[in-house]
Ligand binder design. Structure first.
Ligand SMILES: C[S@@+](CC[C@H](N)C(=O)[O-])C[C@H]1O[C@@H](n2cnc3c(N)ncnc32)[C@H](O)[C@@H]1O
Length: 285
């Protein structure tokens, strides 16, 4: 099965599970509060996937949503699900890092749960800013590397991708007489990489792009969500006061597992940001 199809089907299953999970659905709803779109506005969803978590909600409110995604399996699913719900939504196969639109055509732009798959967030931000009308809002979320659990997850991810770790796994399988082809098979061109960021990295990018921004924290504070425990370890879930602190407190918000950046495009043109430190390759395989 092609990598695109495998990943697409995996995400369709996961997104359906997420929608049933109260916390993720509430996170998506909460994120949408920061997408500044009114009925009749034209809005771009970058990394629309199946459209269910965010785009459909906006369309139901009368917003015209157009989506881009790199995965044709997900775009097909999005069209099918939109048809089933008789929702009108446009989408196209395109890379967020190279958007196929003219400058300043969208009233708002957002990207939900997709930025941490982008090798070049710098290019993506430049593109999302370019297609946004002056005064419009760009909203996106990042995985926060300052959050202890996310940091551990990232270390684990890097370890799993290291050649040494692969060599150890191959050696172990050979020792046990088990096949190794699956471990050595090419990963496919669209495999989802994982690129978390720290708050200052994103802040410095947005400042270069002359995007005024506010940051909101979300999810787990401490103790950490543990494998198997899932969101049961999310203290914010039990305390609205804590949840609001993690969202808005100037210090605590930087410890949210996810950070949501709400940016407004000013009329002043950006400085040349083509060679910022976040340009590609930070966490390649
Ligand atoms: C975790 S899914 C989230 C999808 C959707 N926003 C949702 O919440 O259901 C991440 C999405 O980003 C898409 N994606 C990853 N890299 C992309 C890129 N460079 N350009 C466009 N889409 C991309 C993936 O195909 C996938 O649909």
């Amino acid at each position: 099965m092609a990598a695109n199809t495998r990943e697409g089907l995996a995400w369709i299953t996961r997104s359906q599970a997420y929608l049933l999970e109260r916390d993720y659905a509430s996170y998506a709803r909460w994120f949408l509060e920061y997408v500044d779109a009114s009925p009749g506005d034209c809005v771009l969803d970058c990394g629309i996937g199946t459209g269910e978590t965010t785009a459909f909600q906006l369309v139901e409110k009368g917003v015209n949503v157009f989506g881009v995604d790199l995965n044709p399996v997900l775009l097909n699913a999005c069209n099918r699900k939109a048809n089933d719900k008789t929702l009108s939504i446009g989408n196209t196969l395109a890379d967020i890092q190279k958007l196929p639109f003219r400058d300043e055509v969208f009233d708002a732009v957002y990207s939900f749960a997709s930025s941490w798959y982008l090798a070049d967030l710098n290019a993506a931000l430049a593109e999302m800013r370019r297609v946004l009308k002056p005064g419009g809002t760009l909203t996106f979320d990042v995985i926060n590397l300052w959050h202890p659990f996310q940091f551990m997850t990232y270390l684990h991810y890097r370890m799993c991708k290291s050649r040494l770790y692969l060599a150890l796994r191959v050696a172990n399988r050979i020792r046990e007489g088990r096949p190794v082809d699956e471990l050595l098979a090419p990963r496919g061109s669209s495999s989802w990489e994982f690129y978390p960021h720290t708050p200052p990295q994103i802040a410095s990018l947005l400042e270069r792009f002359r995007l005024d921004f506010d940051v909101k924290g979300f999810f787990v504070l401490l103790p950490l969500a543990l494998p198997g425990l899932g969101q049961r370890g999310n203290l914010c879930k039990y305390s609205p006061l804590l949840a609001s602190q993690v969202r808005d407190n100037p210090v605590l918000k930087h410890l949210g597992a996810k950070l949501v950046f709400v940016c407004r495009k000013t009329a002043i043109p950006e400085r040349d940001a083509s060679s910022t430190p976040l340009s590609s390759g930070r966490a390649t395989a």
